[in-house]
Design a binder for this molecule. Structure first.
Ligand code: S3P
Length: 440
């Protein structure tokens, strides 16, 4: 694939089209990371199916192999992990490169804080600019020897052999990554570790630890566990990622004559804010085939075209839809009236500053949008064709791909290579179902 000078891999989206079909999107990224981490730290074998073959989760897999874990990857999505136990990891030969993945780096900070060996984690340009103070602070309180650069950013260096003690941590931000880092360090800590969050965040760590036989206690916004136990190998079935499904949910809503069914998508209630928000906007979404795989609820999601209207997004839904705002901004741009988002300052420290990047690009495409410190105000209108920058943010790139369905002209999106971090095969799958997007 070629790419225009300085613009990285570009996607070109031909304007128009409709979405049709019943299909599966790839495995959940959050669950995929955790399946490798917990499978590696368990006693005995863990088999994983539905693992996301994306760069982020593959970097986690490589990191645990680099620490001596035997992981057989015999077929796409299928892993067989020979767990080494909580104390069985070996010192890696060099820095662990987590690429674009904040989840990998922050969760692994908790794990590495409990090891006997020194370690260092590095990442790409985007990850190297993301704040790590949010995990450095609580882990330091627990006794970890961990430091970032002078601004609290990667690389993260962790000194091994520091004894950890349990803490009762009041997290200042609604972040599952922070909660998980502290709980994972808590596995190695003396006594009880608890985390109290300001709002509900995704609870895959809690559910999956329980699946590995580790007792996790939950009381409202507080989660706790006691160090010194063991994880037991198990089978993990990773559901399809609702964050990847969200692109087709919005696409089918905004494009006329569309109907898609997204099969066996993870429906964990801490992740379904996107469905609630789209329904408040008037989307036509129905659920069927509801069941549960390995502690995570799943369902088929059917979405038909609907006239969307602007809303004030309830702040209580923000942490439950935190990764879906790029595509929800596109939904807002296509809605009748004004959409107001507040309480979402976390969007400024994702793979890009998603408030700024989305607002800038929407404005370039003729939409009246304005960023605020903790959200945005978007007036629904007509998206025009044009060229926008994803700033290397996978979800921004896919959000503007979907915008092409209703755009007045073709859209060229710059810097799209990172779509492979979470959604390998996005262009092919989207094209097969009616969105004319291709890398150039
Ligand atoms: C994730 C948590 C979220 C989310 C990220 C994945 C996780 O981050 O944005 O894509 O797997 O724990 P925060 O918890 O920092 O909001």
């Amino acid at each position: 694939m070629s790419s225009a000078e300085g613009k990285g891999l570009q996607f070109v989206v031909r304007a128009g089209g409709r979405l049709q079909g019943s299909f599966r999107v790839p495995g959940d990224k959050s669950c995929s990371h955790r399946s490798v981490m917990f499978g590696s730290l368990a006693q005995g074998e863990t088999r994983v199916s539905g693992f996301l073959e994306g760069e982020d989760s593959l970097n986690t897999l490589k990191a645990f192999r680099d620490m001596g874990v035997e992981i057989e990857h015999s077929a796409p999505g299928e892993l067989r992990i020979q767990g080494v136990g909580l104390r069985g990891l070996k010192a890696p030969a060099g820095p662990l490169d987590l690429g674009n993945s904040g989840t990998a780096m922050r969760l692994m900070a908790g794990v590495l804080a409990g090891q006997s060996f020194d370690s260092e984690m590095i990442g790409d340009a985007s990850l190297s600019a993301r704040p790590m103070g949010r995990v450095i602070a609580p882990l330091t309180q627990m006794g970890a020897q961990i430091a970032g650069d002078e601004n609290g950013r990667p690389p993260l260096k962790i000194r091994g052999g520091a004894p950890l003690k349990g803490i009762a941590y009041q997290s200042p931000m609604a972040s599952a990554q922070v909660k998980s880092a502290v709980l994972l360090a808590g596995l190695y800590a003396d006594g009880e570790t608890s985390v109290t969050e300001p709002a509900v965040t995704r609870d895959h760590t809690e559910r999956m630890l329980a699946g590995f036989g580790y007792e996790v206690r939950r009381d409202g916004l507080t989660t706790s566990l006691t160090g010194g136990g063991e994880l037991r190998g198990t089978n993990v079935v990773v559901p399809s990622d609702i964050s990847s499904a969200a692109f087709f949910m919005v696409g089918a809503s905004i494009a006329a004559d569309s109907e898609v069914t997204l099969q066996q998508v993870g429906m964990n209630p801490t992740r379904t804010g996107v469905i609630d928000i789209l329904r408040l906007m008037g989307a036509d979404i129905t659920l069927s085939n509801q069941s549960s795989t390995g502690g995570e609820p799943v369902a088929d999601i059917t979405v038909r075209s609907a006239a969307l209207r602007g809303i004030e997004i309830p702040e209580s839904l923000v942490s439950l839809a935190i990764d879906e705002f790029p595509v929800l901004f596109v939904a807002a741009a296509c809605a009748q009236g004004r959409t107001v988002l507040t309480g979402a300052e976390e969007l400024r420290v994702k793979e890009s500053d998603r408030i700024q990047v989305m607002v800038d690009a929407l404005r370039k495409l003729g939409i009246n949008a304005e960023g605020t410190p903790d959200g945005a105000i978007i007036e629904g209108g007509r998206i025009s064709g044009g060229e926008v920058d994803s700033h290397g943010d996978h979800r921004v790139a896919m959000a503007f791909s979907v915008a092409g369905l209703v755009a007045g002209g073709d859209i060229t999106i710059n810097d799209c290579a990172n779509v492979n971090t979470s959604f390998p095969g996005f262009c092919d799958l989207a094209r097969a179902h009616g969105l004319n997007v291709a890398p150039v």
